[in-house]
Design a protein around this ligand. Structure first.
Ligand code: ADP
Ligand code: MG
Length: 418
């Protein structure tokens, strides 16, 4: 059973089905694309107890969780209590993502390179800290904020406005009032993910995602507008530094602090002149990273995830294809601001060649039609020998698919060969 409803979950379901064609697959709640390969159960709450009941009723042998909200709500702890197998960290482990302050303090304790930071819990102290700061600097809300909790502030006024939104307008609610103010790092950003059962780890193929809405990385941040793997600047030497300076200290920190972590762990990295720095942890697969990583995985994903959950990852290995991989997100125009949904999507089936795959994000199936149902609608993904060729395949399919308000970036992966 796959829990979640995005492109990441479609990619997980697609890979599981590809490796295990006879497996009976379920999804909660799933989406228009997932419903073609799995039985979707329309439960739109993040209550772990209800999902436990569904797992028992349907005799589910294994569950993989996509979004962080379920992990933060303690789904893994509830499943484990009932002896149900699940892939994803405990509630404590999920704090690496659900509290940025917990994560930063964890990094500091375990000597993991990260931007220097200060913490405040009210507006006046925040302004006081900002008055002494150089700009740009980064202001981060402590709790989960669906990608809207971080501002890279170019100047004092912008930063103060954001504090006002947090403390006066209470845009993130008023149960958590902690804010981190940290140095702004310069460099290339990339995503490095691992499977880990706390004792050991298997690296995934590295990826680079595009967070801004417009070409040339302009405009506001989004959940991700495209992705490719591997990043053009990636090397064995860089990977070994990432592992030595960031991955190993993280795993020994988890062990030392008795944090049970069995799942995917995502390192959001900034490659600075001083070496790799950790911006954040995510406690799950990335979206859209998963849509480019899994097409490169030659091993059986379910075997690796089961070994992770059973803490026998040591006995496991992963084979990665030498092929490169790229995905472009089709979004509803207006996203990440306001946008319309319910638009019919046509011509998806016309793109089905052997190496283009369409992963659904915000879609739903109604009366046999596929409709838009979110900001990010589809990911068009392909693999190949070089990014020039892959881009041609992907953008040809992007042109074929139609829906009112279709928006996408035209520069995904371009930097890798220009
Ligand atoms: N210290 C920093 N220096 C420069 N850029 C940063 C820094 N921290 C965050 N960012 C930028 O802000 C984005 C969002 O921050 P992140 O910590 O990943 O939070 P979230 O993904 O929860 O919104 C990052 O992808 C990065 O582009
Ligand atoms: Mg992030």
């Amino acid at each position: 059973m796959v829990v979640g409803s995005g492109g990441r979950e479609h990619a997980l379901a697609w890979k599981i089905k590809k490796d295990n064609p006879t497996a009976e697959l379920f999804a909660i709640p799933g989406n228009g694309g997932i419903s073609e390969i799995a039985k979707c159960i329309p439960l739109f709450a993040e209550k772990p107890e209800q999902i436990v009941d569904i797992a028992i009723q349907n005799n589910i042998g294994f569950t993989v969780v996509g979004p962080e909200v379920y992990l933060t709500a303690g789904i893994t702890d509830e499943f484990t209590k009932k002896n149900l197998k699940i892939f994803g960290p405990s509630k404590k482990g999920a704090m690496l993502e659900s509290s940025k302050l917990f994560a930063k303090e964890f990094m500091k304790r375990n000597k993991i390179p990260t931007a220097d930071f200060e913490v405040v819990d009210n507006y006046n102290d925040g302004v006081g800290v900002l008055e002494k700061r150089a700009f740009p600097c980064v202001v981060k809300y402590d709790g989960l904020a669906a990608g809207k909790g971080v501002l890279v502030a170019d100047n004092f006024n912008e930063a103060v406005d954001f504090l006002q939104k947090i403390y006066s307008d209470k845009i993130f609610g008023d149960t958590n009032n902690k804010v981190i103010i940290e140095d702004c790092l310069q460099g290339q950003e990339m995503s490095y993910l691992i499977f880990t059962d706390t004792m050991c780890f298997i690296p995934m193929a590295p990826a680079k995602d595009y967070k801004r809405i417009f070409d040339n990385n302009k405009g506001p941040n989004t959940g991700g507008m495209g992705c490719y793997s591997p990043p053009f600047f990636f090397s064995d030497k860089l990977e070994s530094r990432i592992q030595q300076e960031i991955v190993f200290p993280t795993l020994s920190g988890l062990a030392k602090e008795n944090i049970d972590y069995r799942g995917a762990l995502y390192f959001g990295l900034m490659l600075t002149r001083q070496g790799p720095y950790l911006l954040e942890y995510n406690v799950r697969f990335g979206d859209p990273e998963t849509q480019v990583i899994l097409p490169r995985l030659e091993s059986n994903l379910l075997d690796i995830m089961e070994a992770t959950a059973e803490q026998s990852l040591k006995k496991c290995s992963a084979e990665w294809s030498n092929k490169k991989s790229l995905a472009v997100i089709l979004a509803s125009s207006g996203y990440p601001g306001e946008y319309k949904t319910g638009k019919e999507i046509t011509n998806i089936e016309k793109t089905k060649t052997s190496d283009v795959v369409i992963f659904h994000s915000g879609t739903k199936k109604e009366d046999g039609k596929i409709l838009t149902a979110g900001g990010r609608v589809l990911a068009v993904a392909a693999t190949g020998d070089n990014f020039e060729e892959i881009r041609q395949k992907v953008y040809r399919a992007v042109d074929i698919i139609n829906f009112e308000g279709k928006y996408y970036r035209k520069d995904i992966g371009l930097e890798s060969f220009i």
